[in-house]
Ligand binder design. Structure first.
Ligand code: FE2
Length: 375
């Protein structure tokens, strides 16, 4: 099961390797099967890993799918990283070769997404701050392509959307890192500089990619109500690709732990996005986007409106707000499974709270009851 770092306790056993991507290397920080001791827990906290998967045989039938194929992820991150180095070294100029790499990554990413018909679950189990920029580009591409497919895009337009999403923040290489990672609000002057990054990106890429990709990047911070930047354009004048990227961008930024704030859970971000529908985000695109992301990731501890606590064990592509939950009783044994989508007796039951707040629970100690619960 997935647990956030606040719940780590000694003796818990890791259910998956913890892999870190740093510089040009991917390495295993801790291996699967390893019982956690205080030193390992400190390592996880030191690397700012928001949560990990631990073994628990009361939940051994939960199926976790990889979000992006791991090999593809490492290859993509390496290309994004080397493009950033190239830009730093050559003062914002790049080669056709780098763009070709990106184009091949987008092809692979599209095939990977098309091969898995599932909700997009962006939970960041093995991510760390140093790699934030690169992981952000890749995740925004993943979310944007998923939304593009759901909106009927195919072939070249889908590829162009993926390219724009993968390259959308490339102009940030011109912004000083102290501003990018500032753990407080930006001053008016710093914000003015930040606002230039979509324009810088177009300048870097103008001889390498097509006009629709450039436009998708240039307007990714514009908002339908005109409150965005750098131009303050309104809905009809914002390109379709930019509208998709803008939602994916905010979604992934909030789903990541940063130096200045904690990670938000998907259901919390969904509420935030819905609250700004039409004003900050295109309403029709947002509707499609929200149907395709996981609201309550498998392994998450939740509280239901009937007072029961439990762990999400399955999500349904048909309705992401109605997962299947395995109840955890007050004596730490597991109880019945509550299927919010298919079992009509639970029609009026909803998920009301997220488990990362329940810091006293020892997730490693939840166990099967001696006699199995009644179905
Ligand atoms: Fe941006």
């Amino acid at each position: 099961m997935y647990i956030t770092k606040e719940h780590l306790k000694t003796g818990m056993i890791l259910a998956r390797d913890i892999i870190l991507n740093e510089r040009n290397l991917s390495y295993v920080l801790l291996t699967r099967g390893q019982p956690l001791n205080a030193r390992y827990i400190n390592k996880i906290l030191f690397h700012d890993i928001p949560g990990v998967f631990i073994e628990n045989d009361a939940f051994d039938d939960m199926v976790f799918e990889e979000e992006i194929d791991r090999r593809l992820e490492s290859k993509a991150l390496a290309s994004i990283r080397s493009l950033h180095y190239e830009l730093e070294k050559n003062g914002n100029s790049i080669s056709f070769n780098s763009i070709d790499h990106f184009s091949a990554i987008i092809d692979d990413l599209i095939s990977d997404i098309l091969s898995k018909r599932k909700l997009t679950d962006n939970i960041l189990e093995f991510k760390n701050h140093d790699e934030y920029t690169y992981q952000h580009c890749l995740n925004v591409a993943n979310l944007s392509i998923t939304t593009g497919i759901a909106m009927g895009l195919k072939n070249r337009p889908l590829h162009a959307l993926g390219m724009a999403a993968l390259l959308h923040d490339i102009g940030k290489t011109a912004i000083p890192t102290e501003i990018l990672n500032k753990p407080a609000a930006l001053t008016a002057e710093e914000f003015e500089l930040m606002k230039t990054h979509p324009i810088v990106a177009v300048d870097i890429l103008k001889n390498y990619v097509s006009k629709d990709i450039l436009e998708g990047i240039k307007f990714h911070h514009e908002r339908p109500d005109g409150s965005g930047y750098p131009y303050g354009r309104t809905s009809d004048n914002i390109p379709f690709y930019s509208k998709i990227i803008s939602i994916s961008d905010v979604y992934h930024a909030l789903n990541s732990e940063r130096a200045y704030r904690k990670m938000c859970f998907p259901s919390e971000i969904m509420e935030y996005l819905m609250g700004n529908a039409g004003a900050h985000f295109d309403y029709d695109i947002l509707k499609v986007f929200l149907k395709n992301v996981v609201a309550f990731p498998v392994g998450t501890f939740v509280k239901l409106s009937n007072g029961k606590l439990g762990v999400v064990i399955k999500n349904y592509i048909e309705n992401n707000m109605r997962p299947k939950i395995r109840v955890v009783n007050p004596d730490n044994t597991v109880g019945e499974d509550i299927d919010l989508l298919n079992d009509y007796q639970y029609m009026n039951v909803t998920v009301v709270d997220m488990g990362y707040k329940y810091v006293d629970i020892d997730f490693g100690k939840i166990k099967k009851p001696k006699t199995p619960p009644k179905k």
